[in-house]
Design a protein. Structure first.
Ligand code: CA
Length: 228
């Protein structure tokens, strides 16, 4: 859920912000001071809305501290109209944007929504490849699972690693040593027979007819080739 940490010491403004964010579908974590904000901050926070003038630690220091904790969260500063220099300082300390008081709920929500889209897009780009599709097979690298026609295959870790290697090299003849090195590591070189044993087991699990394999084909005198 889209989560915003709101740090504002003036209760009336904080309540106003919290009500509007909640109404717009955000989950809100409230804090009345920078110290409280740091205490309540956790990895669920996507964005922070920070007042600059706070008792105790000020908003700019809080901004810098949060930025050190999370590179990809969004930070918007709340500032008074007279705080031109502070706005510039805030951007220098890692804030993404600022909103000047007094502000309308629609302006605030529009800024937060826009920033959230940037944060979400940046996070998505950082995600490693999670799924490899190969014909009717789908491998999920995060869950370490493979499905065939949406049915989960019951695989050992070695079988999973072999399929991962095959899916990354479709229609390419792979020799036993290459498969062995990739799945088992260099220590197993010389034990090419275990590749054959595991291919036989994999065929039983994934081929419609294991005696006439359509996916893991034998390349005589060489090794195996994956075809989706
Ligand atoms: Ca304040």
């Amino acid at each position: 859920m889209k989560t915003v940490l709101v740090c504002e010491d003036e209760v009336a403004i904080r309540d106003f912000v919290v009500i509007n964010l909640t109404y717009a579908g955000f989950r809100v974590i409230e804090a009345g001071s920078a110290e409280e904000a740091l205490e309540r901050f956790d990895s669920s926070v996507d964005m922070a809305l920070l007042d600059i003038m706070l008792p105790g630690m000020d908003g700019l220091t809080l901004c810098r501290t949060l930025r050190e904790k999370s590179e990809d969260m969004g930070i918007i500063m709340l500032s008074a109209r007279t705080q031109e220099q502070e706005k510039i300082d805030a951007l220098r300390m890692g804030a993404d944007d600022y909103v000047t008081k007094p502000f309308s709920p629609s302006e605030l929500i529009a800024r937060i929504e826009a920033l959230y889209r940037r944060v979400a897009a940046a996070r998505e780009q950082k995600q490693p490849v999670e799924e490899i599709c190969s014909g009717s097979f789908v491998l999920n690298a995060r869950m370490r699972t493979v499905t065939k026609n949406d049915r989960l295959l019951d695989l050992t870790q070695v079988e999973y690693q072999m399929l991962y290697f095959f899916f990354q090299n479709p229609d390419r003849p792979l020799d036993r040593t290459e498969i062995l090195r990739h799945v088992w590591g260099d220590a197993y070189i010389g034990a090419e027979k275990i590749v054959d044993v595991n291919v036989r087991r994999l065929r039983i699990k994934i081929e419609d007819d294991p005696s006439a394999p359509a996916h893991i084909r034998t390349v005589w005198g060489h090794g195996y080739q994956w075809s989706a």
